[in-house]
Each structure stands twice: as C-alpha cells, then as structure tokens.
Design a protein around this ligand. Structure first.
Ligand SMILES: Cc1cc2nc3c(=O)[nH]c(=O)nc-3n(C[C@H](O)[C@H](O)[C@H](O)COP(=O)(O)O)c2cc1C
Length: 197
C-alpha cells in the first residue's frame, strides 16, 4: 500500500498518514481528547472570520448514542457502531458582517466548515485517533431529532475512534480497509487557465 501513498513533492508526513479507517475499537474517548480535536477545528480560516462551524456530538455508551447512530445509513451503522464518538458537523448559513447589525447570507459557510473538518481530522490523526466523514445519513431526521434550526446546514457526520483490527468489520468491508491513492497532481493543476479533460 505504501507505494501508492508517495507524495510527488516534499510535504509534512501528517498529510499522508491521515486516512479514514472504518475498523474502530469502540473504546471510550475522554472529553479532553475529543474537545482537543474540535479545538483544532475552530482555528480554521473562514470568510470574515465568521466561524460558521458547529459541532453536535454523542459519545458511545451514553444516552445520546443510539439517537446519533440511528441517523446513519444501514451501511454506515455496520462499522460506525464501534466508533467512540459521532459528531454532526453543521454550518451557519448567515452571518453579521463586521460593523453591521443585520445578518446576510454566508457564501462560503460550507467551504469554511470543510476547512474545520480537515483541521479536526489532522489533529485526531496526529493524536493517534482515526476519523471518518460520513455523508450517508438522514439529514431530515438529524435536523428533527437534534433540533437543528433551518439557518444551519448539515455538512457531514464524523465518526471518531481508535483504529482497530479489520476483523472487527463485516466481511465485505475488510478488504476495503486500507488507505487510498490520489490522482496525479498533473491532472489537478493548470497554470494560466482551465485545462482539464
Ligand atoms: C463529505 C464526505 C462524505 C463521506 N461519506 C462517507 C460515507 O457515507 N461512508 C463511508 O464509508 N465513507 C464516507 N466518506 C469517506 C471517503 O470515502 C474517504 O474520505 C475517501 O475515500 C478518501 O479516503 P481517505 O479519507 O482515507 O483519505 C466520506 C468522506 C467525505 C469527505
């Protein structure tokens, strides 16, 4: 696997080391550990420093856990039930510009919140924890169950846990439990103007 994870240019190894496992041990996560990942997230850049990200979470084994796990698709529940925490990542769709009193639509709430997710994932990886973003969940049910106002977009669910043996996974997922490659940089970058297939 390592041969498909070689950067083309010199970068910090943290970017290659992070990946999204599905096999988690289910062990408890301390509040201070979980909050340190969200702390990293809140230092992300955002338009006007509007900080549109919000995090609603449940830890495995708490009274909240079944409600959060029950939001995920059947497929995602089949592995995420062993996560230590689930975070629902929200973004606020309006903000009050500096010096103004009225809220206006935020044009980059999703973009900014994606940056917060990347910070979260990298901090968790640096701390020896795994994260896995999840788009396969019932957003309408989440909005209703968690009481999320219309002014907030649901961006993703995030499973957080200590990586475990892939034998913990359902049979069909065990062979998929490995880091993925990336497209060559040349397919993604163009100098001077759009030049992609
Ligand atoms: C917004 C978003 C939604 C995703 N949804 C799911 C999902 O529903 N189920 C799943 O197993 N993985 C999901 N993933 C994980 C991606 O498949 C994974 O990040 C991608 O293949 C790259 O692999 P890596 O994170 O290991 O580098 C999602 C990732 C993102 C960023």
């Amino acid at each position: 696997m390592t041969e498909i994870r070689i950067p083309e240019y010199d970068i910090d190894p943290q970017f290659i080391k992070r990946w999204s496992p599905r096999a988690f041990t289910g062990e408890p996560i301390a509040d201070a550990t979980l909050l340190s990942f969200l702390e990293a997230a809140r230092w992300a850049p955002s338009s006007y420093n509007s900080q549109p990200w919000r995090f609603v979470y449940a830890k495995n084994g708490t009274e909240h856990w079944p409600r959060f796990l029950g939001l995920l698709s059947e497929f995602n529940q089949s592995w995420a039930h062993n996560a230590s925490a689930l975070v629902i990542l929200l973004s606020k769709k309006t903000f009050v510009p500096p010096g103004k009193t009225d809220a206006i639509p935020a044009t980059s709430h999703a973009f900014d919140t994606g940056a917060a997710w990347a910070n979260l994932a990298l901090q968790a990886s640096l701390s020896g924890w795994g994260t896995h973003a999840i788009g396969g969940y019932d957003k309408d049910k989440a909005r209703q169950t968690l009481g999320i106002p219309e002014d907030y977009a649901l961006e993703a669910a995030i499973a957080i846990g200590k990586q475990g043996d892939k034998a913990l996974l359902p049979a069909g997922l065990q062979e998929r439990e490995e880091p993925t490659p990336r497209r060559p940089l040349a397919e993604l970058v163009a100098e001077g103007g759009f030049a992609f297939a």
